[in-house]
Design a protein around this ligand. Structure first.
Ligand SMILES: [Zn+2]
Length: 157
């Protein structure tokens, strides 16, 4: 559990759920006993999705430096990273009228918090089992395989 914000509210936590490993980037709160607990505000990334975050991290830093609004990358399934004034990690959903729209669940990072997260990436990877055997999802796969992958093509079913 590594803090990425100065107020120690935003943490990166690795956990296992139903046999799968997830990297949570999540807002935490303190309960009455002084213990931190995770809120639903944040994202849980699979190892493939975390590698996608790493893959796009330099471009996201550049977008933040240049204030390039609406730079957006797909991390996998409904999860995207975009720059909208902050670095926003969020689930997006299909709205019949508006198209793909940002949802409630996610977390926004300041440039400083984002840089802290980027610095932690190599260390986080060390704690992810078999990360050297996990690649970017569908990297080098055919268009048909990408279309049939629920992680890479989540909205067209
Ligand atoms: Zn895929």
């Amino acid at each position: 559990m590594e803090p990425i914000s100065k107020d120690k509210r935003k943490y990166v936590v690795i956990n296992q759920y139903k046999g799968d490993i997830y990297v949570h980037i999540r807002t935490h709160r303190i309960n009455n006993s002084g213990d931190y607990f995770a809120t639903k505000w944040g994202l849980a990334l699979t190892r493939e999705q975390f590698l996608a975050l790493e893959y796009h991290s330099a471009a996201m830093t550049e977008a933040a430096e240049e204030k390039a609004m609406d730079v957006k990358y797909h991390l996998g399934s409904s999860k995207f990273i975009c720059f909208n004034g902050k670095i926003d990690l969020r689930r997006w959903f299909v709205d019949n009228i508006k198209g793909i729209t940002p949802g409630h669940y996610g977390i926004s990072l300041t440039k400083t918090e984002w840089k802290k997260l980027c610095k932690l990436i190599p260390n986080i990877k060390k704690h992810l089992p078999h990360i050297d055997k996990v690649g970017l999802c569908c990297f080098g796969k055919s268009r048909e395989e990408v279309m049939n992958c629920i992680n890479c093509t989540p909205y067209v079913r």
